[in-house]
Design a protein around this ligand. Structure first.
Ligand code: KG4
Ligand code: ZN
Length: 346
């Protein structure tokens, strides 16, 4: 089954064709970074306009690179949740229209299930495992029982980890997207130059695996000098190294607790922050675990992860109705509710 997957939830206009949930035949990602860079963050209005401009050429390019015609595509999938509303609507509406016009099955996909599936494109991974979903919008630790079955164990109670990287980079004028720049600068800095705080909310009842990044972000932005260790220089490299170390420690401290409590030994990461070199290094040190990361090119937003996970819904006979709409937020991902209902699914 050849599935054409469309992704437009944030600032990448992307389309890929994937066969049987595994074989990437083509994968086109048109990044809007140069248009948002000057504003040091994603401007939703610009993002949706660029998606509207680029969606047709990107889909055409994916077909061309796959050397396939639309007739040879078996089904169409598009991200419909969560993300920027105006951006989601472009890819979703385009995908639905294409499927309707060509009389193909259509399925709307949850972006975070796509991120989790990225690692499955190149690996055969058995369920259950612990999923670590870390992106610009979310930070989630889940027990993953199947491609669409996540028991959310912990989430951030405020900013996502990617957001913290982006805001710190913005404040220090380091560039956009922040994660990539900070990761690079941190490699030249000393992580012991500052000792930023890891928020202790995991001690509260019902928050064992939850995380907080807003306090860390504020400490790094406004109070860096208070946390300066003696004898160190306050350089961007040192600030980045210490911030990154604390952000990664916040994630791994909760992740390791989830691993201990569940007894699961496999960890699968996904999302833009899964590209982080320090996170990868710390998990690589845990020789007792099987830590699986997607290749760097599949950590960020792409259509292959959407087409890949869509295959499994379609194989099960699921279809989305034409009135399926976009959904900017999935409340339980944000607020740490343990309700598994997948908001926005139709
Ligand atoms: O998954 P993604 O491309 O889009 C969302 O779904 O949000 O994630 C984007 C996020 C941004 O916050 C970006 O700064 C972060 O991923 N990111 C990184 C790295 N590369 C991208 N964060 C830390 N280290 C990186 N190497
Ligand atoms: Zn994403």
């Amino acid at each position: 089954m050849k599935v054409l997957g469309i992704e437009s939830s944030c600032d990448e206009t992307a389309c890929a064709i994937v066969e049987d949930g595994k074989k990437i035949i083509s994968n086109v990602v048109a990044t809007q970074i140069p248009f948002h860079e000057v504003y040091k963050g994603v401007v939703p209005e610009i993002a949706s306009r660029k998606h509207a401009e680029w969606i047709l050429p990107v889909v055409k390019q994916a077909l061309k690179e796959a050397n396939l015609t639309l007739e040879e595509i078996d089904a169409i999938a598009a991200t419909n949740r969560p993300g920027l509303m105006g951006s989601l609507l472009v890819g979703l509406t385009f995908g639905k229209t294409l499927a309707w016009a060509c009389n193909k099955p259509f399925i709307a996909i949850n972006h975070m299930l796509g991120h989790l599936y990225s690692a499955h494109l190149e690996n055969n991974i058995a369920y259950p495992y612990i999923g670590l979903l870390v992106s610009g919008g979310h930070s989630i630790i889940a027990k993953v029982n199947g491609f669409d079955n996540l028991e959310i164990l912990g989430t951030t109670i405020d900013d996502s980890v990617g957001e913290a990287f982006d805001k710190v980079a913005k404040f220090y004028g380091l560039g956009y997207p922040g994660g990539v720049v900070i990761d690079k600068l941190a490699q030249k800095g000393d992580s012991k130059s500052f000792s930023f705080p890891v928020a202790k909310i995991d001690k509260r009842e019902g928050h064992r695996y939850d995380m907080s990044f807003s306090g860390l972000k504020t400490a790094v932005i406004h109070q860096a000098e208070l946390f300066l260790n003696e004898g160190y220089e306050k350089t961007n490299e040192n600030i980045c190294a210490a911030f990154q170390e604390t952000a990664v420690k916040t994630l791994t401290s909760r992740l390791f607790k989830a691993i201990e409590d569940t007894g699961l030994k496999t960890v699968v990461a996904g999302g833009g922050v899964a590209a982080n070199s320090r996170l990868r290094a710390i998990l690589a040190e845990r020789k007792d675990l099987n830590c699986i990361f997607p290749p760097l090119k599949l950590c960020g937003d792409n259509g292959a992860m959407i087409a890949g996970v869509a295959y499994h819904f379609l194989k099960r006979g699921e279809r989305s109705t034409w009135d399926t709409t976009a959904c900017a937020r999935i409340p339980q991902f944000k607020r740490g509710l343990k309700n598994l209902e997948d908001f926005g699914r139709r």
